[in-house]
Design a protein around this ligand. Structure first.
Ligand code: GLN
Length: 281
């Protein structure tokens, strides 16, 4: 195979094409090339003189073009880090976001006990359920999702991580949990208003609408979860909800109206109130 370019030259070309689209193109250029070459970033740097074939070049530059168009890096490499886990992700699930780790953090604080019945509603890739399962192997965790495709991704993640204390159930919010009583329920539901132009821009336009869009004000699903939660929570049980930056007041109001106490919102690393917790009974 006659090398057409070296690793260093390919990386340079990737960077050049990404630069107009991304503020910090270096990491993406390296991660995409490492993905195509099935190697690590460190190897690209230590051996920039290695020759690459036309096939590798074409596959790399095709991914670069998709990244330039705004497709999330996580879909292009099929993986995303969340909490301490490396998760498989694809276009059938929302890409896990760092701010969602706030739900995991608060769940671990609010329930220190080593056992408990817990549910992650709308689990997607399984990120929240699997992070909690890893931290609390004695918890019994139910992860629900309406999407069979998402449940497939989440189940494969559980198997790949050898996590056994999560069961996966298909259905709408609390529906598959009928008859159970939980110590803690948490969810990162869809909360984007259906006419929000962000849905038509990158990265959201590449992600499943079912995981994002939630009625005229974005609160439709949050309201349903809050309305139904008392039927599934134990007295003293906690509900933890992620929401959009401008939604904390309305979510807190809804929780109070429905009879929840200890209502408290928390800020993400960007300083925005992005999750609210509340106790039932
Ligand atoms: N975190 C996404 C965003 O605001 C929305 C995810 C969701 O609706 N749950 O870009």
């Amino acid at each position: 195979m006659t090398p057409t370019l070296t690793t260093g030259e390919l990386l340079h070309e990737g960077l050049r094409r990404l630069a107009p689209a991304l503020e910090q193109p270096q990491l993406d250029a390296e991660l995409l090339l490492a993905h195509v070459l099935r190697t690590h970033r460190a190897r690209l740097r230590s051996h920039p003189e290695e020759g690459r074939g036309a096939g590798e070049r074409d596959r790399y530059l095709a991914l670069i073009e998709r990244r330039v168009a705004g497709e999330p890096l996580a879909y292009l490499v099929g993986r995303k880090g969340f909490w301490s886990l490396e998760l498989a992700v694809g276009p059938g699930v929302l890409v896990p976001r760092p701010e969602t780790e706030l739900l995991v953090e608060r769940a671990l604080v609010l329930r220190a006990e080593p056992t408990g019945d817990v549910a992650d509603l709308g689990t997607g890739s399984g990120a929240i359920a699997l992070a909690l399962a890893r931290e609390r192997p004695g918890w019994s965790i139910a992860a629900t999702d309406l999407s069979q495709e998402a449940l497939g991704v989440a189940r494969r993640n559980a198997m790949g991580l050898a996590i056994g204390n999560v069961e996966f159930l298909q259905g709408d919010w609390f529906a598959p949990l009928a008859g159970r009583r939980l110590h803690l329920a948490l969810s990162n539901p869809p909360y984007v208003a259906s006419d929000d132009p962000a849905l038509r821009a990158a990265p959201l336009r590449f992600e499943p609408p079912i995981a994002l869009s939630s009625g005229a004000d974005g609160l439709e699903h949050l309201r349903r979860i809050i309305r139904d939660a008392p039927g599934s929570l134990l007295r003293g049980g906690w509900l933890l909800l992620e929401h959009g930056a401008g939604q904390a007041r309305e979510v807190a109001r809804e929780l109070v109206v429905r009879g929840f106490g200890h209502v408290r919102s928390h800020r993400d690393l960007a300083g925005e109130e992005r999750m609210t917790e509340a106790r039932w009974g």
